[in-house]
Write a protein that binds this ligand. Structure first.
Ligand code: ASP
Length: 342
């Protein structure tokens, strides 16, 4: 018969065994890996953005600095897709959204911001210099100017200008579905719809050599959106979420449908329960598909996540989403799996 002392020793041992097996199975709240920095970001603009982030990570710098520097690169490229030269709203104004989050749940965000080149850096200032998380519109612009950010003239990139003119010609006062195209890369590749660009976001998550996680997300939002529309990208928990004990996630695609399910936060919570980054992203994509029913065929949404082991993965509603990876040993684009293989 087992005596009381023996029983306590045995249960203490099995508790330790359970704790050890949790570590081995990679469950959420285990120790992060150190000394193996890594950065991942959405779409092929991520390749250049990752390089900029690596200038920080490769020298042992902080993930927070890396994710800011990384997406600033994309904001500077003055493409049709992110930053000041991007697609305007239906009234012809470029309005920008961005957010940033560090390893200690500090976060900052700006939305409906006009004429500022680096919304991501304004989001960081909101995080570091105000008691708030989010500033919008003229208030965000006023804060940016008070912080020394120059007020730029709006100048659409050549592509964005052309696409806006095409869109006006049809005078269809409804925004095109985001990231939806019928083309060589699949029906939901980030390209043009009838000559109009419709992909507008970079989301980035990174782990530094101390094993700390951070994330950033910046966008001009849906092209030709209603004036005042804000999507998921600047919303902490929707377009981005970081929990240093578990992992980080960012989103791209139809923002309204990411907000509905608190997308990035939901993915992180599933990783906490032990799911891999890809499996966690897939579960939330399945949830969106269930909610949307037949309408899921008309939209694209994708999630991109990393856990505190540096494992990464993505999942999209439709084929066509890919992400850029950079680590000490690897640099490449990775095609995401999808629910519908159209
Ligand atoms: N998620 C962004 C938004 O809805 C758009 C995108 O990812 O292209 O504003």
């Amino acid at each position: 018969m087992i005596n009381r002392r023996k029983f306590i020793e045995t249960s203490a041992l099995s508790t330790a065994a359970i704790a050890l097996s949790k570590v081995a199975s990679g469950n959420g709240s285990t120790m992060a890996v150190k000394g193996k920095p890594i950065v991942i970001s959405t779409w092929n603009v991520g390749l250049n953005a990752n390089k900029a982030a690596w200038d920080v990570l490769g020298k042992g710098g902080k993930a927070l600095d890396a994710v800011e520097k990384g997406v600033m690169q994309t904001e500077s490229e003055q493409s049709c897709c992110v930053g000041l030269g991007a697609s305007p709203d239906r009234d012809g104004y470029v309005t920008l959204d961005a957010c940033i989050m560090d390893e200690n749940f500090n976060c900052g965000s700006v939305a409906f911001l006009e004429r500022i080149k680096h919304p991501i850096s304004v989001a960081r200032r909101v995080m570091e210099k105000t008691p708030h998380v989010m500033l919008v519109g003229s208030g965000a612009q006023q804060f940016a100017v008070s912080e020394g950010f120059p007020l730029e003239e709006q100048k659409l990139s050549t592509d964005a200008q052309k696409n806006y003119e095409n869109w006006l010609r049809k005078s269809e006062y409804k925004p095109p579905a985001i990231n939806v195209e019928k083309g060589e890369h699949g029906p939901f590749a980030p390209s043009k719809v009838n000559g109009e660009w419709n992909h507008d976001t970079i989301g980035m998550v990174a782990m530094d050599s101390n094993g700390n996680l951070s994330g950033s997300c910046t966008t001009s939002g849906a092209g030709f959106k209603m004036r005042g529309r804000v999507g998921d990208s600047p919303i902490i928990g929707a377009g981005l979420f970081v929990d240093n004990e578990v992992g980080a996630c960012t989103a791209t695609g139809q923002g309204e449908d990411v907000i509905r399910v608190a997308g990035s936060h939901s993915v992180v919570e599933l990783m906490r329960q032990g799911l891999s980054p890809e499996a966690a992203c897939k579960k939330i994509i399945q949830r969106i598909a269930k909610i949307k029913g037949a309408k899921a065929k008309e939209i694209q949404v994708a999630f991109l996540a990393i856990n505190n082991k540096g494992q990464h993965g993505a999942f999209a509603l439709h084929r066509g989403f890919e992400y850029a990876l950079k680590s000490g040993t690897d640099e490449r684009m990775i095609k995401s799996k999808s629910l519908f293989n159209d």
